[in-house]
Design a protein. Structure first.
Length: 156
């Protein structure tokens, strides 16, 4: 900006200062910053709640899919032999092609899924070894060659 310097009689660069005008500081006040932080905090809390719900649903859906796949294998065995495979050892599960690192028999080491046969080979139950999301088991059952869709049951 050019201003005229009365004392020197020449133009110089500088700032024009008007009498009675005050220089205003620019920026945010403390209250504005706190309001923004409160809004961000609320959004984070709500987001985490919804996100954890989606994670739990995804775990349940995966367990249902895994159990349905295992039910198909067990039902195939029943169709050939007219009874369900025994639950006394992991070898019986391995012969079916089930991954014994993920599935164990009733009374064995608790793994991702448990297999339990009863009523002299006429019924079975496949369920999650530990509660899904700490509050639900996913259970699939079958009797006499008919499997029911895997269901979610609360831990009681």
């Amino acid at each position: 900006m050019l201003i005229f310097n009365y004392n020197a009689g020449a133009l110089t660069t500088g700032e024009i200062k008007m009498p009675g005008m005050q220089h205003k500081e620019e920026g945010f006040t403390m209250i504005e910053m706190m309001v923004v932080l409160v809004i961000i905090s609320v959004l984070v809390v709500v987001g985490v709640k919804f996100y954890s719900g989606y994670i739990a649903k995804a775990k349940i859906d995966k367990a249902k899919t895994d159990i349905s796949t295992m039910q198909a294998v067990v039902e195939g065995f029943y169709a050939e032999n007219n009874f369900y495979p025994g639950d006394t050892d992991a070898a019986s599960l391995a012969t079916l092609g089930l991954n014994t690192d993920l599935v164990s028999t009733y009374g064995g080491e608790v793994k991702n899924y448990m297999y339990d046969q009863w009523l002299e080979g006429r019924s079975y139950k496949i369920y999650t070894g530990k509660p899904v999301d700490g509050t639900f088991y996913v259970v699939g059952v079958g009797t006499d060659g008919i499997s029911e869709k895997a269901t979610v049951q609360p831990t009681t």
